[in-house]
Design a protein around this ligand. Structure first.
Ligand code: HDE
Length: 684
């Protein structure tokens, strides 16, 4: 029988508690516990004399500081994380024996780290890039890590090429430019010369690469894994996270501006949402494929540059994850967490996907240097919540005090313990896939179609999404300096779609490729964000307001928006309290200087007494209004605010709502906010 633990959603938090330290209100000591009498002045020989070597307090303080930094992750350096819990909807017994997927009444603690890929630790967050979406489940059978991205395919098919890809993507080595951006020669040179990248490049040029929020993006395990049930029957499986709020993006101009206005935009959004109690939620989805169906598709199901179209292999939603607690300390938790796709539990196994196979080596290897030795599993955030015992010993920073003389297997002194567990007692037994083959360095013929699914992605996009992809290519290639690389890329993408290649070629002054793919092929509606869930909840509205606003009416609008879970923040020309009519006041959250329309999902223009508005107020409002309009955002206006719409001649555009009947206005405005963006707009 398996030994059952008693893990619940609080287990990890309780374990972390023993490592937490609250220093406030305490006496200062050295790391040896010695009380410190003075912490501003080093010990000197005389008032103006040299500092003395014996000043152990100075030495300890300075030495620790000198060693505070650790190497950043080679990829995914910029990340942010939160704690939460996972519950399965119903037992997945039929497909997997994984303990945390059996019992709907049990909650498993999780820790999730979101990241960008290319940028360094201090880079801005709304760059064009894939996002990491790595989840650690602290289960009673050990840690299970689902280390995914927000894009379901990858640039390459074999891990052997990962160092080349990353070298090409990172800032160019001779001048270390550009930071956190793929818009440069070496990246596009890599793309043109490694055409397996075509499908992921389409995703990277799409709106998926500039998410509105970590809370509004999908996650994908990318690689093909296996589920194995108690009877030993296996299914191939692809993992998905589906955000309850739907999948939403920024627009490129806005994303670039946010990088300056608030380079912490995504982490702030995640942190604030959790602090506000707006807990991000994602449903876990699985696509399951019986082993006997492995060869039934026109793509290889082991190829990580391919999706399994959801319309052919449906995504079964099997559970929900809720992120409900911010970290106490970003370094201790977010920075020191170590994920690994090889951290599995019984019932979850690997496939021969050659990208996955290489990943299984890389993660621990990189963590050995990043976290300074072989004991990083003992760091509080990485510790399993179930007991762990083996004969591994010593190494830098070892914390466990292993008792007794035995550190080897087999032994008689400790009756051959710690001893392996049989499968029926929970021991992990690898799936016994039958293998035969010659040792070869090659790529399977079945991996050689690089364009059909890239075309399917293109065909599945709505017109605005297609326009954004074309613009993204035009931007990125416009930043490429070498003309021959630009040409190679447009020639390559003619294999995806001739019109796309033509339009980009024209825009960057390259030769228009002859031929190319134009026939409509398969589409997968699930790929288009136009078909995602649309909700107003947690959207942020900037309310532009000034004194003598209509108190009762504006209050009704704001209260109704808030009741829908919409957040309203007040913007005016100065901070402080603004007085409305009938004794209704509001506290201003931002001035025009500290806010910007790019930091909001929508604007609500209220205005106030026109006589009191200075020229600057009017100018700033017009700037906010026009920028939000250009980014296709919902705009609402009541009272004097309506005049600003008229002055800018946008009162009849899509997603622009105004009126005197507050109830009708509010209903319509909420719908416009839920729609997220209004593409059907004439932008001058
Ligand atoms: Fe990773 N990846 N990766 N990766 N990856 C790392 O491990 C690697 C790949 C992903 O928040 C590194 O601890 C190889 C695909 C995430 O801490 C490193 C290959 C996917 C994170 C590494 C891939 C990912 C990483 C760097 C190709 C989506 C951040 C730091 C064979 C399924 C985890 C670290 C975190 C991090 C190797 C491709 C996801 C170097 C060799 C595909 C989310 O080990």
């Amino acid at each position: 029988m398996k030994e059952k633990g008693k893990i619940n959603e609080h287990s990890k938090n309780e374990q972390l508690e023993q490592f937490r330290s609250d220093d406030s209100g305490k006496v200062m000591t050295t790391n040896q516990g010695l009380k410190v009498s003075e912490d501003e002045f080093s010990l000197k020989a005389g008032d103006r004399g040299p500092t003395l070597m014996e000043d152990f307090h100075f030495r300890e303080k300075m030495t620790h500081f000198d060693h505070e930094r650790i190497p950043e992750r080679i990829v995914h350096a910029r990340g942010y994380a939160a704690h939460g819990e996972f519950e399965v909807y119903e037992s997945m017994k039929e497909f997997t024996k994984a303990g945390f997927l059996q019992d709907p009444s049990q909650k498993t603690p999780v820790f999730v780290r979101f990241s960008t890929v290319a940028g360094s630790k201090g880079s801005a967050e709304t760059v064009r890039d894939a996002r990491g979406f790595a989840t650690k489940f602290y289960t009673e059978e050990g840690n299970y890590d689902l280390v995914g991205n927000n894009i379901p395919v990858f640039f390459i098919q074999d891990a052997m090429k990962f160092p080349d890809l990353v070298h090409a993507l990172k800032p160019e080595p001779h001048n270390e430019i550009p930071q956190a951006a793929s818009a440069h020669d070496t990246f596009w040179d890599f793309v043109a010369n490694n055409q397996e990248s075509a499908h992921m490049v389409m995703w990277a040029m799409s709106d998926r690469a500039i998410p509105r929020s970590f809370r509004m993006m999908e996650g994908f395990g990318v690689n093909t894994f296996r589920f194995v049930n108690e009877a030993g029957k296996a299914h191939f499986v692809k993992f998905h996270w589906k955000p309850v709020l739907g999948t939403h993006s920024l627009v490129w101009d806005e994303a670039q501006k946010i990088n300056g206005k608030d380079p912490d935009f995504h982490r702030r959004d995640l942190y604030d949402s959790i602090e506000n109690g707006d807990y991000p939620e994602y449903e876990l989805g699985v696509q399951l494929l019986a082993e006997e169906d492995e060869f039934k598709f026109d793509f290889d199901i082991l190829d990580p540059t391919k999706v399994w179209p959801e319309e052919d292999i449906p995504v079964k939603l099997v559970g929900k994850m809720t992120l409900n607690r911010n970290v106490d300390n970003v370094f201790a938790e977010t920075e020191q967490v170590a994920f690994h796709p090889g951290h599995v539990v019984p019932g979850i196994d690997f496939s021969n996907d050659p990208l996955l196979q290489g990943r299984l080596f890389s993660y621990t290897d990189t963590q050995l240097i990043r976290l300074g030795g072989p004991n990083f599993h003992e760091l509080p955030i990485n510790r399993p919540v179930c007991p762990f015992h083996n004969n591994q010993r010593d190494g830098y920073g070892r914390q466990t005090i292993n008792k007794g003389p035995v550190s080897y297997h087999k032994n008689s002194i400790a009756q051959n313990t710690p001893m392996p567990a049989s499968e029926d007692r929970g021991g992990y037994v690898h799936y016994q896939e039958k293998m035969e083959g010659r040792k070869v360095r090659t790529r399977s013929e079945s991996f050689k179609d690089h364009f059909s699914q890239a075309t399917m992605f293109w065909n599945s996009m709505s017109q605005p999404e297609k326009d954004h992809i074309t613009e993204a290519f035009t931007f990125e290639l416009g930043k490429v300096e070498r003309k021959d690389i630009q040409q190679q890329v447009v020639d390559m993408f003619a294999n995806v779609n001739a019109d796309l290649a033509k339009e980009v070629a024209e825009a960057i002054g390259a030769d228009i490729p002859t031929g190319g793919r134009s026939a409509q092929s398969k589409t997968s509606p699930a790929l288009s964000q136009e078909n995602t869930k649309k909700k107003p909840t947690t959207r942020k509205v900037g309310v532009i307001i000034s004194s003598s606003f209509n108190g009762p009416e504006v209050k009704t609008v704001i209260d109704t928006l808030k009741a829908e879970g919409i957040q309203c923040e007040f913007i005016s020309d100065k901070l402080g309290v603004i007085k409305g009519t009938e004794g209704i006041d509001v506290e201003v959250d931002h001035t025009f200087l500290t806010a910007d329309s790019v930091l909001f999902d929508a604007l609500y223009l209220v205005g106030g007494d026109e006589q009191e508005l200075g020229k600057k107020f009017v100018k700033n409002t017009s700037y906010f209004l026009n920028e939000a309009f250009m980014h296709f955002k919902p705009l609402g206006a009541t009272h004097e605010g309506k005049k600003w719409l008229e002055a800018n001649d946008i009162q009849t555009s899509a997603g622009v709502v105004h009126g005197d009947d507050m109830e009708a206005f509010t209903g319509e405005f909420i719908q416009a906010i839920a729609a997220h963006r209004h593409w059907d707009r004439e932008i001058m």
